[in-house]
Design a protein. Structure first.
Length: 593
């Protein structure tokens, strides 16, 4: 057991316990660290084999650690045993899990990026402040000793006023499916740039500062993926009270040689931080030079020499491996999080303010990349008048020239409206949703995030569509039970709800006034005349229950009933087992230890 972690654990023993949601590659590092501190209360991951492996490696069950694939049961709702939560799940789940943990009264540490939507970050900050809870992001490099020393030297004026920052984070893989290379790697470097600006401008480790980072250029190359960048760059212009600082961030999953360098160029020299240098006495180097503009010669003149930065920040271990260094940084990061909780210190080195600045930069970068890909921002115009409501629409929205968007429509980030789409006033289309050819959206209709609506679908007033719903081509919705042409039935519109994750097959008809439960699956050509329970497979005319499906969309085979009345299923495709709650409203993966 790591002696430093053991001492940290003794310091907080009996004061708090921490749960971990997401036990992938990086989540397992948190599990190990907290286990060695004897502060681990619970772990949760959708992969049952991962949980079994962790249990075997660390004897979690024997140590009293709760193990489950359902974070709601063993972490969020377990107030007595879990005071704080580490979230290391896929990127696109961070914000929602963090929100639910805060609402459950837990202090929250979220791996970077905290979210891919600045609005969600602001919401998390608001919740944390209202409930007096610590909110922190996993910007681990801020806790690296060499980088901390770099900040101190910059603050002390060793290189004069910083003018240019160069950050490179290159490697071969690991390719991810939940976010592109900019969202995955660049948060580290943007957080480091933010820390340099804060330290020099405020001459102290300020959490809140007034330095602004603006994206002037950005690029993303989709080499092995159609929609996610594998390599990218971000160019920044940063305003400080000492003048402008320019920065270039380069990230890639396609680089054969791994590289992690961060160089701050000042008027009187440069500091180079090399995270991968095996000789830790070389991890921080001071390049002595002087740069000046000669007005007579009309040229920039440079005089320079290079030396290692005096004093070794890793004198305890000059041959520390990359793995050992990050383990050390992770320990310091967790200690800071725990200390903030105990001392009721809501502001921290990687809190909501910094997370918001990082996410805002990445949003700006992606808007520029999207605009470049489209050629220009697409704004529908009819009769010389813009139909798109500028106040409620973000820049990275695609609207085909043939589409028509009424006034007072809200189109969120990443929305795509294709040929002959018509969206009426008061409607809202959630982020990353796509409406195919000839789709109609009625007045006031609310469509959630990540929704896909295929061609020739009319979603009338009274229909609500939750997040991640799939609606196949030519699906029919109604909003009146007994229509007559000669009688106005607007006062009789009935509500129809499609809950999260629902799939509706092509040519299905959904009779108004019903609710389709979460992750239900409606077969093609079905006529749905009554409520559909969550996780059920229905088809036919009228549609009837033909079985159950998992959240992944695979058919389930019923195996048995549990002791508390829950149904146990096995997946026909993956062999994984799932449990359906006795009331039929929740399904979770079954973990066998």
């Amino acid at each position: 057991m790591d002696s430093i972690r053991y001492e940290i654990g003794k310091r907080y023993a009996g004061l708090l316990k921490v749960g971990v949601i997401g036990c992938g590659k990086w989540g397992q590092n948190h599990v190990r660290a907290l286990h060695e501190m004897n502060l681990l209360s619970a772990v949760s991951d959708l992969n049952s084999s991962t949980l079994s492996e962790l249990n075997s490696r660390f004897n979690l069950a024997q140590s009293g650690v709760s193990i489950s694939s359902d974070p709601y049961a063993n972490i969020m709702q377990n107030s007595a045993d879990t005071h704080a939560v580490i979230i290391a799940s896929p990127t696109n789940t961070h914000a929602q899990l963090a929100k639910e943990c805060l609402l459950a009264g837990k202090h929250v540490f979220v791996e970077k990026p905290i979210s891919m939507d600045s609005k969600e970050v602001r919401e998390l900050m608001r919740l944390a402040a209202e409930r007096q809870l610590v909110l922190m992001t996993g910007h681990i490099v801020l806790f690296d000793r060499a980088f901390e020393r770099m900040l101190r030297l910059i603050e002390n004026g060793l290189i004069g006023v910083p003018r240019y920052i160069s950050a490179t984070r290159l490697s071969l893989g690991t390719f991810r499916n939940d976010a592109d290379v900019l969202w995955t790697l660049a948060p580290h470097d943007i957080a480091m740039i933010d820390a340099v600006l804060a330290r020099f401008s405020q001459r102290g480790s300020a959490v809140v500062h007034n330095c602004e980072m603006h994206v002037t250029a950005a690029s993303g190359s989709c080499v092995f993926s159609e929609s996610r960048s594998d390599a990218g760059t971000i160019t920044l212009r940063c305003g400080t009270r000492f003048g402008e600082v320019h920065a270039l961030v380069s990230v890639s999953w396609l680089h054969a040689a791994k590289e992690r360098k961060f160089i701050v160029h000042g008027e009187h020299g440069s500091l180079e931080y090399d995270a991968l240098n095996p000789d830790q006495s070389q991890a921080l180097r001071h390049h002595r030079h002087h740069v000046a503009y000669n007005s007579e010669a009309k040229s920039v003149q440079v005089s320079r020499s290079v030396s290692n930065e005096s004093g070794n920040p890793f004198s305890h271990d000059q041959t520390a491996s990359e793995k050992e260094r990050f383990a050390d940084s992770l320990t310091m990061e967790l200690d800071h999080f725990l200390e903030c909780i105990i001392e009721e210190r809501l502001e921290n080195k990687a809190g909501g303010q910094q997370a918001l600045r990082v996410v805002t930069v990445l949003e700006e970068a992606h808007r520029l990349i999207e605009a470049a890909a489209l050629g220009s921002r697409n704004v529908t115009q009819h009769a010389g008048k813009e139909s798109l409501n500028q106040e409620n629409t973000v820049d990275n929205v695609f609207v085909h020239d043939s589409a028509y968007v009424d006034a007072n429509v809200t189109l969120c980030s990443g929305v795509k409206l294709w040929h002959f789409v018509h969206v009426m006033s008061g409607a809202k289309i959630g982020s990353e949703s796509s409406l195919g050819q000839n789709v109609f959206v009625g007045k006031g209709v609310d469509i959630g995030r990540g929704v896909k609506v295929q061609n020739n679908v009319s979603i009338y007033e009274g229909v609500s569509v939750a997040d991640h719903v799939f609606i196949g081509p030519s699906v029919v919705f109604t909003n009146v039970r007994n229509p007559r042409s000669e009688i106005n039935r607007r006062a009789d519109f009935a509500s129809t709800r499609l809950c999260k994750g629902v799939t509706v097959g092509a040519n299905a008809t959904i009779v108004c006034g019903i609710t389709v439960g979460e992750y239900a699956f409606i077969g093609a050509g079905s006529v749905v005349t009554k409520d559909v329970a969550p996780f059920t497979l229905v088809y036919g005319n009228p549609a009837t229950c033909q079985g159950y499906v998992s959240p992944l969309g695979y058919r389930l085979n019923e195996k048995s009933c549990g002791h508390d009345g829950e149904k146990i299923f096995s997946c026909s495709e993956t062999g994984r087992e799932f449990m359906l709650s006795p009331d039929g409203t929740r399904m979770s993966e079954r973990v066998s230890l």
